[in-house]
Write a protein that binds this ligand. Structure first.
Ligand SMILES: *Cc1c(COP(=O)(O)O)cnc(C)c1O
Length: 398
């Protein structure tokens, strides 16, 4: 009898289940709304990345439907061959204008952007300097390059200065240095000190790359993102990368910067060159999302007023909300079992927010990660505050 070559599949899954590290997939019966039906129960959505509620905005839905009528269901090709439609070009022009950049380029996803572009920007003889808490797509992009890498302590510009000085003394001299950071860190909701990072980068002649996936639609003037938030000039941040899958409510990655960056990126990124382009509905919905951000600033304003109210209430109730200064508010409870019980209790009370436990965060820093949503009403936010306070008291967290 021969051994089953796939035997490891069940074995490894069983190990994950035994150590409670497996994902149990919750299923939405219908759209992602402020009140969503999840596993048959109507609950307040408190952990989606749909910060502004745009995934169900009537303008986005209408644009997607219209694009199917005018352009079909699929694009038919990869972008460089026959898959660049007028819609793709329009989206890139609209995004560049929104960002105040010379040019933008849209990829299939944020992950595909980092995995495709980073290994082209740096290679053998180069160095990548990365924040220790950077997103997995950055880590994988760096791994695909042949560059050396140095990691600095999270958001610590003294440690970054040390790494940059060491890099300067390296022999032979590095050909290029790429300094890369998340804009908003997704587990803690803190903002990278991009002003000081960009200044240090400039002092040492490094390229500066920011992944603003959680900052777009949230930070800066009208949600223009972290470069706008810090009033940085375009030549201080060479690659501003982001995604349409979070506050923009759709899907797709993008970069903004110089025209040279755009042309370099699309000629060289393998993910962009070798993977099919977005269907018309996706692209048209993204254009509509940019429209909504430009024309309806009230969504970003409401996101922040809800955020301030919720953070203050959690603080007053005695919860530890960590270092967050953004609509991502972690409710740190410490023990991972406690975080899981708290999430279940919240679900029973009608609020959907997932626990984040080791290895995603340190063993003693398990938390419920909440993400505010502008589409909630004031009553909804009050409902969430009551549920957290009750669950926290029931479980002895506060
Ligand atoms: C979500 C996220 C990504 C990936 O974006 P997708 O468009 O969903 O692939 C990349 N970087 C960061 C920091 C993210 O939070």
């Amino acid at each position: 009898m021969t051994r089953d070559p796939t035997g490891f599949l069940r074995q490894e899954v069983d190990q994950l289940v035994a150590s409670e590290l497996d994902w149990k997939l919750r299923v939405l019966d219908g759209p992602s709304l402020p009140w969503s039906v999840i596993d048959g129960k109507k609950v307040l959505m408190f952990c989606s990345n749909n910060y502004l509620g745009l995934s169900n905005h009537p303008k986005l839905k209408a644009a997607a439907i219209e694009a199917v009528r005018t352009h079909g269901a699929g694009s038919g090709s990869v972008r460089p061959i026959a898959g660049t439609m007028d819609l793709h070009v329009e989206l890139e022009q609209r995004l560049a204008r929104f960002k105040g950049a010379e040019a933008s380029l849209v990829y299939q996803s944020g992950f595909a952007t980092n995995a495709g572009l980073i290994p082209q920007l740096v290679g053998e003889g180069d160095l990548v300097i990365s924040d220790e808490l950077n997103h997995g797509s950055i880590i994988d992009g760096v791994r695909l390059s042949r560059a050396e890498r140095s990691v600095y302590k999270h958001a610590d510009t003294d440690d970054l200065a040390r790494v940059l000085s060491e890099a300067e003394r390296h022999a032979p001299a590095y050909r290029r240095i790429l300094l890369i950071t998340d804009g908003v860190f997704s587990m803690d909701g803190d903002v990278a000190p991009l002003d000081r990072i960009a200044a240090l980068g400039a002092d040492h002649g490094a390229m500066v790359y920011v992944d603003d996936a959680h900052g777009e639609g949230v930070l800066g003037e009208g949600g223009r993102g972290i470069v706008s938030h810090f009033h940085l000039r375009r030549d201080q941040v060479h690659v501003e990368m982001g995604t349409f899958s979070k506050a923009f409510g759709v899907v797709g990655g993008h970069i903004s910067g110089s025209t040279a960056l755009r042309e370099f990126a699309f000629n060289k990124s393998r993910t962009w060159l070798l993977s099919g382009s977005h269907p018309p509905a996706v692209t048209a919905a993204c254009i509509a999302a940019v429209d909504v951000l430009e024309q309806e600033p009230e969504h970003v304003a409401r996101l922040w007023s809800h955020t301030r109210r919720f953070k203050q209430a959690m603080h007053d109730a005695g919860f530890n909300t960590g270092q967050s200064t953004t609509p991502i508010t972690p409710i740190v409870v410490g023990d991972s079992g406690l975080a899981r019980r708290m999430s279940q209790r919240l679900f029973d009370l009608g609020v959907f927010a997932l626990p984040i436990v080791f290895p995603m965060v340190a063993r003693d820093k398990a938390r419920i990660r909440t993400i505010m949503n502008a589409a909630l009403t004031d009553d909804d936010v009050g409902f969430a505050i009551d549920a957290f306070t009750r669950a926290g008291r029931d479980l002895g967290v506060v």
